[in-house]
Design a protein around this ligand. Sequence first.
Ligand SMILES: Nc1ncnc2c1ncn2[C@@H]1O[C@H](COP(=O)(O)OP(=O)(O)OP(=O)(O)O)[C@@H](O)[C@H]1O
Ligand SMILES: [Mg+2]
Length: 382
Amino acid sequence: MADNPFVYGVTVDGTHFINREKEIQTITSALAGGQNIILYSPRRYGKTSLIKKVGEELKKRNILYFYVDFYKLSSVEELYTFYSNAIINELQSPIDKMWNIIKNMIPTVNPRIVYQEPGLPSVEISAPLSLLTKTQTLSELFDAVEKHAMRSKKKACVVFDEFQEVAVIENGEIIKKCMRSSFQHHKKVSYAFLGSKNHLIKSIFGDTNSPFYHFGKHIDLDVIRDESWAKYISSGFSKTGVPAADDEIEAVIKITGGHPYYTQMLASEIWEVRKGKKRAEKADIDTALHSIINVKKDVFIEIWEGLNGKDRRLLKSIAGHESAAVYSTAFIELHHLGSAASIRRNIQKLVARDILGRTMLHEYYVLDPLFKRWIVLAGLEN
Ligand SMILES: Nc1ncnc2c1ncn2[C@@H]1O[C@H](COP(=O)(O)OP(=O)(O)OP(=O)(O)O)[C@@H](O)[C@H]1O
Ligand SMILES: [Mg+2]
């Protein structure tokens, strides 16, 4: 039996990566042109996979590319170690050259040669002691890529994934100030900040008193809406000999709304349900959907339990629609919601918590398509 052709929960590339041509082009040209960008989307829309593609494009243009994930960081020391090691990993020079490059980039650094395997030396860096008392040490780190780019006469790009986490790192404010004061002088390096928490990203880049106020071009990543999903899903089923009719594939896309992670997940689950079966049944889609909702149920219940009665009533009202003009008299009357003024704060809270999204027409919808289904199906009490 062939392997499951659908992939979710990891960054995707190759044939598993679809669409996004426009985004790749826009982001690549912005970064190659020296512009900083802020790429936002709710969780699991495909930011990391997309930026990796952009990285490949930049490298093709002979631009240096560095990637740092803030998700795993909890201290300034870790930031130092991760950032400097991310730089080293990308440089891929022979060990003796590497040593010199690193020393030139960050003079106070303490590199060590380690042997991950016998005969295979690599350079590792750990953070200098009492780092925090020396913002100079941090500035040196943040200036390293610019320095290296200048020396090698190349442009460079640095990606900070899950950048909103800087807000929860101890001494995050110092880090942000330090980053900003270094980055603003850089001529050869452009920066991409990726984030998935709406209110944190907004406050880092939108608050007038934040060091990163207006620091780059904002790009909101949407779900994948066009026919590329149908093609991808259809080809996944047919090349593995598992049947899926066109109307079933359409049904999958309708359920997930083109949400990248959920579309792959649901297709994958249907494939599992069907593989090896003598005859495909219409009910397979429901079986797969319920099994996914079952897996996610605990997370959904936790979110639900963190909401008050009014939030819940609003969510139930909105979940019944594709999107809703929540402040319209018709909607408020239909769902007995009181007045527009009285729900404003709840709506704002639900948006800040990434539970609700807002369309271009200022209508609101439940961001997570399966959470939306769970709300509707579970027939919850207020
Ligand atoms: N271009 C794409 N084509 C097909 N599937 C995709 C694409 N982008 C993302 N996916 C699906 O979505 C999942 C999540 O992608 P990725 O990790 O890149 O998103 P993310 O926005 O970085 O998520 P997170 O918020 O968890 O960091 C992938 O595992 C894959 O199933
Ligand atoms: Mg990611």
